[in-house]
Design a protein around this ligand. Structure first.
Ligand code: GCV
Length: 617
């Protein structure tokens, strides 16, 4: 649990006056923010607004004498003020022309349970649920609204996609409280979304939840009417169905399109969007079965349904075919559904990427994903939240970067990771320029470092089962989750080419060809697509086993260097102490990974490190 910052914002500390209770108009808030900022050290600037309601979220900023004019829609003006302040803090030039978000839906998915726990949450308990009900400090929710608005995020799904009781009541008895919560965030341009349980009709007296059953359809329609009457701008529903033991249309021999469309039709009259997750696979696999290949699952299930979904359905696809691993190829489904609106799903919560203890700045990963798939393949972006009740919101003070950056990518998917990271540093800390550069460069390299000391070359799933922190190279090997590396004394990896499971053939031809050949396949994905002997020669002439050893020694040394670099920074407290404490844990984690992975592979391969470094027996 991190020390309290009170209700401080995670970035833009100069916005040091809380938005007053009762200030419910975006323009009023925009004026308040401008006044707060320009009074605190940037005096002499005036900011005028020109309201064009039709511009909605869009805005334009122009200089006017000594001050600025921001024109835009209601929310647009608010976004414009934040962009202006962020830009000044980052030392950037003003954006030219009208700014509008590239993705209309920019969603945060919170996996908060009503008992106050957060599934895969690493920043403390839920900020708004406790003991089966809403329990929050409205001032903190306003601060959160401000943070979300300051980076242009516009939808917050407040409950876990694994819907546990009593979360169903968010859709009935708790609706007035949902509306109270929605009302706090509304002025910040943030609309709520709710995760719903597909089998809800069964808990409400119906004998079926079959989407083709008229009674079921009518029940959802009546439900939608009640819900939108209470929360008129609810963004929609988020559904995890037929996945990891959640109910879904399969039970009635219906397709996912039939399931999703039934719900979509119920909420359509109210402008609701039905976000249906494509994270579906066989989680009861027998490890002896080498035919079933989990990464194939989503494409096999959904690709034949392209064109069958209603227009207010958005199919939400995780960036990789597994599950938010450190390195995965882009999901082939993202190329294969041209007739279906898609959302790209990221995970800010660092489930597999260091639990908000180890540093893992995500923009470089997102850049690669967006470049490989093409930003236009999706119409929305979603990210699993990394927020929690901890004083600093994120557990690790630097984990705030990932929420900040996600917002910016929703507006500009072409953003340069280096610039985004530098902007976060400057928007968060007042440090000498050289220290800002040091911190930005530690963050920029953090993903690569983490990758080097964990599972090698796209192998995935070497984390400890359940906790997903720390090394356990065979921990998932005989489990039912479809997560195998099949390492033995002859080699490691799974052949996913045409001769193997055929997964690589799910890609468009140009990528299928690259992935099919161990010589053409990018090194970092080699063991995702191929089963190779330890003596395999990599592009740079090293053997596979030597590359694994080198990466693990290098990754660990880089973590130690990061620690030295962080010690030189004059960060404010409590951030300094918290960052250094966590860095200490990260270094220990990196050493453990290095030694476990190197020993694991030396035991199997019987091959020594060419450089004679210490590998344990
Ligand atoms: C919400 C992974 C996580 C689960 C999560 C699931 C999902 O399997 O470990 O905790 O459940 O992804 O994305 O639905």
């Amino acid at each position: 649990m991190s020390k309290s910052w009170g209700n401080r914002l995670a970035w833009l500390p100069k916005l040091n006056r809380p938005v007053p209770e009762g200030m419910n108009n975006p323009l009023e808030i925009a004026a308040f923010e401008a006044e707060t900022y320009f009074q605190s050290g940037n005096s002499g600037k005036s900011v005028f607004f020109e309201l064009y309601p039709a511009m909605k979220e869009a805005y334009a900023i122009r200089k006017d004498g000594d001050g600025y004019v921001i024109s835009g829609g209601q929310t647009g003006v608010l976004y414009g003020v934040y962009t202006l302040i962020r830009g000044i803090e980052a030392g950037e030039t003003l954006p030219e022309g009208t700014q509008k978000p590239y993705y209309p839906l920019r969603m945060i998915n919170c996996w908060d349970n009503m008992d106050g726990t957060v599934e895969r949450g690493y920043a403390g308990r839920s900020i708004w649920f406790e003991n089966g009900r809403f329990d929050y400090d409205p001032a903190r929710i306003r601060q959160m609204g401000r943070m979300l608005a300051s980076v242009g995020i516009n939808v917050l799904c407040i409950n876990n996609v694994n819907v546990h009781q009593p979360a169903q009541h968010l859709l009935d008895t708790l609706l007035p409280e949902v509306e109270e919560f929605a009302a706090i965030l509304r002025p910040f341009g943030v609309r709520l979304m709710l995760s719903v349980d597909f089998s809800m009709p069964l808990q409400n007296g119906l004998s079926t939840a079959d989407p083709e059953d008229v009674q079921v359809q009518d029940w959802w329609k009546a439900q939608a009417q009640k819900i939108w009457k209470c929360v008129p701008d609810l963004a929609g529903f988020l559904v995890k169905a037929d996945s990891e033991h959640r109910p879904g249309p399969n039970a009635y021999n219906r397709t996912h399109a039939q399931g999703a469309n039934m719900l979509a039709r119920a909420i359509k009259p109210f402008g609701g969007v039905l976000v249906w997750r494509a994270f579906v696979y066989n989680c009861l696999q027998d490890w002896r079965d080498t035919q079933t290949d989990r990464p194939r699952a989503a494409y096999d299930l959904y690709q034949p349904l392209d064109g069958c979904f209603d227009e207010n359905v958005v199919l939400q696809v995780k960036y990789g075919p597994f599950d938010f691993q450190v390195r995965e190829p882009v999901s082939p489904l993202l190329y294969a559904m041209p007739k279906t609106p898609l959302a790209l799903e990221f995970q800010l919560a660092q489930e597999y990427t260091g639990h908000q203890i180890d540093l893992f700045a995500m923009p470089p990963l997102w850049r690669e994903v967006l470049d490989q798939m093409g930003k236009e393949k999706v119409c929305a972006v979603a990210a699993v939240s990394n927020l929690g009740r901890d004083g600093n919101w994120f557990g690790h003070p630097f984990a705030a970067l990932n929420l900040f950056a996600f917002g910016l990518y929703g507006w500009n998917p072409d953003a340069d990771p280096q610039k985004v990271i530098a902007a976060w540093v400057r928007n968060t800390y007042t440090l000498p320029a050289s220290q800002q550069d040091t911190l930005a460069s530690v963050l920029l390299g953090s993903r690569k470092t983490y990758e080097k000391y964990t599972a090698p070359l796209g192998l995935c799933w070497m984390v400890r089962p359940e906790s997903h922190y720390g090394p356990s190279p065979y921990g998932y090997e005989f489990q039912a989750w479809g997560t195998y590396n099949r390492a033995d004394c002859r080699g490691v990896g799974i052949d996913r080419t045409e001769k193997g499971t055929g997964y690589a053939c799910q890609y468009p031809k140009e990528w299928a060809e690259v992935f099919a050949s161990p010589q053409a396949c990018p090194d970092e994905l080699l063991l995702f697509f191929h089963r190779l002997p330890y003596s395999f020669r990599m592009k740079d002439g090293r053997t596979l086993i030597q590359r694994i050893y080198d990466d693990h020694f290098e990754g660990c040394r880089e973590a130690e260097n990061m620690q030295e670099a962080l010690k030189t920074l004059s960060l404010p407290e409590p951030d300094r102490e918290e960052a250094l404490q966590r860095m200490d844990q990260q270094v220990q984690n990196a050493r453990e990974w290095r030694d476990v992975i190197n020993t694991f592979f030396r035991r199997f391969s019987g091959i020594e490190d060419e450089k004679g470094r210490k590998i344990y027996d």
